[in-house]
Write a protein of this length. Structure first.
Length: 189
């Protein structure tokens, strides 16, 4: 499974591609950070992030995109920009029919370090070790993008099994409701 990991942001947006193998084997294919100047018009910044993401999607052809879910930050402007950057990338993936998954920072940290409250240094160290890199990815946005892709490679099979189980349970519930309705009709006759 080839996954594009995205650590969204307007000033720095981390992009990565990893290839998942058998078991927990993952290989780094590419990583970069898209930068836009803070004094640039917001629409132009989003366009630059979108253009870079579209180039990555078309060049690397991932089977899934994993984006960090923004749920709380102290700075509302930063949170809005982060969410907007993630949104344009999700839209670019959706236009190509590529599934998008959102993972919280604590899910990603727990997946790669075993600790949902790990700091950036721990995440970077584990990403470096997991991928067998000679040099730690820098800046932290690059390491975070790789961590998101690794997290998705490892969680996607479970997510898929859970979705299938939920679909089967919903179908069984639907059939049961139909049988129950038929039995009620028969009793009324």
């Amino acid at each position: 499974m080839r996954v594009m990991g995205v650590d969204p942001g307007l000033t720095r947006c981390g992009l990565s591609i990893v290839e998942g193998g058998i078991g927990r084997k993952v290989t780094a294919i590419a990583v970069d950070v898209v930068r836009t100047p803070p004094d640039m018009d917001l629409a132009q910044r989003l366009l630059q992030v979108s253009d870079a993401a579209e180039l990555w999607l078309d060049t690397h052809k991932p089977g899934a995109v994993a984006i960090e879910r923004v749920f709380a930050q102290h700075n509302v402007r930063t949170a809005m920009g982060t969410a907007q950057a993630g949104g344009v990338i999700a839209l670019a993936a959706a236009r190509r029919g590529i599934p998008v998954a959102f993972h919280t920072p604590s899910e990603v940290k727990a997946a790669v370090t075993g600790n949902g409250t790990a700091d950036k240094a721990q995440v970077t160290a584990m990403v470096t070790r997991i991928l067998g890199l000679q040099v730690a990815p820098k800046p932290a946005d690059a390491a975070d993008a790789l961590a998101l892709a690794i997290c998705h490679c490892w969680r996607a099979p479970l997510i898929e099994r859970m979705a299938k189980a939920e679909a089967q349970a919903a179908e069984a519930q639907r059939k049961y409701a139909e049988r129950l309705a038929e039995q009620r009709k028969a009793v009324k006759r």
